[in-house]
Design a protein around this ligand. Sequence first.
Ligand code: ADP
Ligand code: MG
Length: 690
Amino acid sequence: MYLPGVGPNRKKVLSQELGIETFGDLLEYYPYKYVDRSKVYTIRELTGDMPFVQVVGRILSFEKFDMGHKKMRVVAHFSDGTAIMDLVWFNYAQSVLTKYTIGRQYVVFGKPAVFNNRIQVVHPDIDDAEHLDLSSMGMQPYYSTTEKMKKMGLTSRSMERLTKTLVERLKEPLPETLLPQTVALRHLMERTEALRTVHYPTNARTLSQARLRLKFEELFYIQLNILRYASDQRRKYRGYVFAKVGPVFNTFYSQHLPFPLTEAQKRVVREIRRDMGSGRQMNRLLQGDVGSGKTLVALMSMLIALDNDYQACIMAPTEILAEQHLVTIMSFLEGMDIRVALLTGMVKGRRRKEVLEGLLDGSVHILVGTHAVIEDNVQFARLGMVVVDEQHRFGVAQRARLWSKSQNPPHVLVMTATPIPRTLAMTLYGDLDVSVIDELPPGRKPVATYHYFDSRITTLYSGIRRQINEGRQVYVVFPLIEESEKIDLKNLEQGYEVLRQAFPEFQLSKVHGRMKPAEKEAEMQRFVSGETQMLVATTVIEVGVNVPNASVMVIMDAQRFGLSQLHQLRGRVGRGADQSYCLLVTPYKLSEETRKRIDIMCQTNDGFRIAEADLKLRGPGDLEGTQQSGMAFDLKIADIAHDGQIVQMARDEAQHIVDDDPLCQAERYNLLWKRLKELRKTNINWAAIS
Ligand code: ADP
Ligand code: MG
């Protein structure tokens, strides 16, 4: 078939710029917005904050303004009898004057603005009113286009014409890509009608049905792909059955627990116990805000492994965190006959040899290490359970690497304090089950967060001084400018000097990414031990360190940080019983988006609310972890941030099908398995997790 309006040149541009090769591709190039063109406003109704509007009237007169440098501004005074507005063009003087005629009726379309107390539209879309039947115009689609496309005359308008021509030529219905029962039960629009409507909508109601159908389809196949993968894994690898909860767990629970578990902790421990006894390998993501007590949950899960004569391992992202876990776990287990060992880059020589031997002969029960443990040739006698702390990017491939360490894959618990909204988690980590600790231990005071302009830095200094004089410690964080480590370091060095001069009476630590690990650890240690009162750092302290005595987190140039980063940093304080503070310092001039981010931080301590807000402000593509995740985030029509309910619906439907056909090859679902195969062939992102 040949499509009028697409010659070889345009064909090439469409392919290069948008990857459009086939009619099918063009049909799936959906508009990004619509404007209702059946509605006509009167000029008197218009205000400057309206989106695109349409008015019908006549040009009364033209006026030309010389703007210097041979540039011209043309203004047409336009009226519909209710009022007068200005249509404005820059640079197109001559063509405008010849194209439009005074007194003729036009339909003008554009974004109204107020200038010199008059309504104006700059560079309006103008059509001859005679040839337009407004009542049939409905919703006008807008397509995104690139600069190169525009150069070839491929504007949104011409994309609209192309898709319309294509849709009009669709005589036969296109093959349906969802099961008839799905379409019927979920009241979805048929595929052909949906495609037609999405490019050629007549009213808002059918348009939203069409969009729902296409979003559902898109999300459904993503979920089907994930769940098929998970089902496959489950079949291939059986999990160890930890049938009993024995004396180790019970002794700990009844005699060593220093405080009652929160309800959320209890619930998650139950979920984990159920998984580990089920006969399938556990792959669970544990989300819990900073300070929600994930370590204890991890420890109790490891004790279940011990009760079943298996070893357990917990991995942290840094050596200092691993050491902290060691100290915490040893003190929790004090008096119990359990051997806990540490393995990091710092453990060398004879000590290392002893640990490795202990792992091999089974005498080491719990190993605490850095993530490097999975890379190394560390061998266990019977590794049954692995906890991965503060590493939400612990992907499928890394998990697979663990399996070389024991006969069957060990149960895996991945813990993260970076809350991920449910819908995103379902898409990103769809093969993981998710547990959430949504409750902080009692008695925590929320961190009070304040915004300071940098002009008021001296007021802030006096607050810091007061806290340190009361025996508290303070973090000061400078942004990490990734493109330029040099500027970054200079920033930090300068900031450090300023602070040193401002606080001559205190000891300061300084930590940044360019330091050697050993140096960094030593400097952190000085702060952890209380030898220094202030830790000046780039974001290396983002995850995990626990210094309950620190009560102030100052974030310099806070506008440079993302919401989840700000929240993580704030989580470093508020760990003791005292009131803690987070102070966000920014310059006076801020973008709208930054202001929103800062406002949210000042309003709430709830990590999930913050994550939701982040997702809505930035979109999922920018969220930490999504780019590396190898998942399809160039969604064509669905929007993870706003289409949560549809994600859930698609998930349920896909789950239903995989439950019914775990081998994913039943004849009755042929349509789906074939389509999935096609999609995987064309989408690199999809292949990555398959
Ligand atoms: P995170 O989830 O950020 O890793 P941690 O596991 O480090 O949090 O716990 C933070 C602090 O809360 C620790 O000092 C821990 O001992 C304490 N904690 C954990 N659970 C409880 C609880 N149920 N009641 C009181 N304190 C708790
Ligand atoms: Mg932790």
